[in-house]
Design a protein around this ligand. Structure first.
Ligand code: GLC
Ligand code: CA
Length: 555
């Protein structure tokens, strides 16, 4: 809990564990994770020492984008359970001291949502169609209304049939064709989402992650982007972008903040907003808007001293002026796992790309770096997100082509691997049909050897990833130098490939990005090392250590 901050500001330094629900734990042996499975593992999360869970969408959905295509925001998909079970889960999490954050997807609905179904049945220009972006095509109707591309690749428009069966208008979808974009000029759309927030807040939910937060408002007239002929996916980087980060989007979040603040215990928001322009990003976390934003810059940076230091400095500089804390994110369900990415010579994250195109992976190297990354991340001021399985040191799984289902894979005709490799169900035990994930199989195939990194294998083994995370999380709660109010101070490093910083009182962290050991550059007691063995007076190759500089801490 943050010093000086009220419990209401728990989110300022919380460790939030991302539960990818379909892959966490299966309670009813249908090979798919669910609420019952999650409830049975609350003890695991409490013992890990996290403050909150963020649960990816569990709402009713045809699951063409794993639930980010919502057809009923007030219902739980039957494969995960029911609203009643969700209530019980919330109560049980709260009893275990764990807060619950859900995922809201306001940019689009599923094409199975009753609103979209009604829009398809209604005429052009009808109120039903005004909740989405329907437009006549160009070139006599045969070409899309503009040149926009989907984030997943391919055109951002799909044509529908008129009631007489002839080709009719086109609708906008910045993601998959099964995810039509809502029209946020519509007062009905705004009211509906406010109602959805109130519905879940009323059930005790502590906050929401806001999916694709900068995407909601589009510039009137929907002008072309000016893409070249061979462009494949949406370019999200341009300044003054026609479908991203429009000024008007902030009105929506101010309205949402008023709702969150209206509860006795105010609720929180964390935005998914990958904006390169840091000044623009800061606008999302102004005091009357969203509370925090997922730090995608940190997640995308290469594992080098230079690039991590720049990412850290920039991240702190962005949010400090508006009084918001920084978040630190190493991975999530949309990117390759840390072990895989850091196992490459070039460890940057390339949006929209993954797999062998990026070069060979040395998983052993990736693991050593990922352990150091855990210590670096958990030593930074602000709140930390842990993607399920990262605490086990899982790498991306090699999912066979026939089992892949990500729309990125499908829309690219198999040219891009997509995100399935990071979404494979967790191993809980070393053996069994799905390594303890459930009593039967797993919806995405787990590779051979997956059980070697199972929870039960790692528990109690002090050299394991899991115990490293547990110890780090315990110390993070314990050490006053790791509270959010304590600023980070860079110290002189003995080499260019080493980072050294301290946080008062008495905390030090050293990260060695290089292949040779470095003598510990600070005087103090080593509290924790990312390396399993090695001399205590040096930081091992690719290793990191935490230090007690005052000799005050009893571990
Ligand atoms: C976000 C989600 C991603 C999803 C997309 C569309 O980026 O994290 O998984 O595919 O939005 O909703
Ligand atoms: Ca299940």
């Amino acid at each position: 809990m943050s010093d000086g901050a009220s419990p209401e500001a728990w989110w300022r330094d919380a460790v939030i564990y991302q539960v990818y629900i379909q892959s966490f734990a299966d309670g009813n042996a249908d090979c798919i994770g669910d609420i019952a499975g999650l409830r049975s593992r609350i003890g695991y999360l409490a013992e890990l020492g996290v403050d909150a869970v963020w649960i990816t969408p569990w709402f009713d959905s045809p699951l063409r984008d794993e639930g980010y295509d919502v057809s009923d925001h007030r219902a739980v998909h039957p494969r995960y359970g029911s609203v009643e079970e969700a209530k019980d889960l919330i109560t049980e999490c709260h009893a275990a001291g764990i807060r619950v954050v859900l995922d809201i997807v306001p940019n689009h609905t599923s094409s199975d949502h009753p609103w979209f179904v009604a829009a398809l049945r209604s005429a052009p220009g009808s109120p039903e169609r005004s909740r989405y972006h329907f437009r006549p095509g160009r070139d006599g109707g045969d070409s899309p209304p503009n040149d926009w591309l989907s984030v997943f690749g391919g055109p951002a428009w799909t044509q529908v049939d008129d009631s007489d069966g002839n080709p009719g208008e086109w609708y906008l979808h910045l993601f998959d064709a099964s995810q039509p974009d809502l029209h946020w000029d519509s007062p009905e759309v705004r009211r509906e989402f406010e109602g959805i927030l109130q519905f879940w807040f009323g059930l005790g939910v502590d906050g929401f992650r806001v999916d694709a937060a900068p995407a909601l408002v589009k510039v009137p007239g929907l002008p072309d982007m000016g893409y070249s002929k061979d462009a494949f996916r949406a370019d999200l980087t341009r300044a003054d972008h026609p479908h991203r980060d429009r000024d008007e989007v902030h009105e929506i979040y101010r309205d949402w903040r008023r709702i969150a603040d209206s509860y006795d215990v105010p609720r929180m928001f964390v935005a998914e907003a990958g904006l390169d322009d840091v000044a623009r990003l800061a606008r999302y976390v102004r005091p009357d808007e969203l509370h925090t934003t997922l730090n995608l810059r940190y997640l995308e940076s290469a594992w080098t001293a230079d690039s991590m230091r720049t990412a850290i400095d920039t991240s702190i500089a962005v949010t400090a002026p508006v009084g918001a804390p920084t978040t630190w994110v190493l991975s999530n369900h949309d990117v390759e796992r840390v072990v895989t990415r850091y196992g490459r010579a070039d460890s940057r994250r390339y949006p929209g790309v993954s797999g062998p195109d990026l070069g060979p992976v040395d998983e052993e190297l990736g693991r050593r770096r990922a352990r150091s990354a855990a210590l670096l991340t958990l030593a930074l001021p602000g709140s930390v997100y842990i993607y399920q399985g990262d605490e086990l040191g899982l790498a991306d799984a090699d999912v066979p082509a026939r089992a892949r289902r990500d729309p990125i894979w499908i829309r690219s005709g198999g040219l891009r691997l997509g995100r399935d490799g990071a979404r494979v169900p967790l191993p809980w035990t070393p053996a069994g049909a799905s390594y303890g994930f459930g009593r039967d199989g797993a919806w995405l195939p787990q590779p051979d050897g997956w059980g070697d990194q199972a929870v039960s294998v790692q528990e109690g083994d002090m050299s394991s990833f899991l115990e490293l995370y547990r110890t780090a999380l315990r110390l993070r709660r314990l050490l006053p130098g790791l509270r959010v109010a304590s600023k980070l101070r860079w110290r002189d490093a003995p080499r260019d490939d080493v980072l050294v910083f301290t946080r008062a009182p008495g905390f030090g962290c050293v990260v060695n990005f290089g292949p040779t050991p470095v003598p510990v550059p600070l005087a103090g007691l080593v509290l924790l090392s990312s390396a399993v063995t090695g001399a205590r007076d040096e930081v091992p190759p690719y290793g990191a250590i935490w230090l007690d500089l005052d000799g005050q801490t009893t571990v």
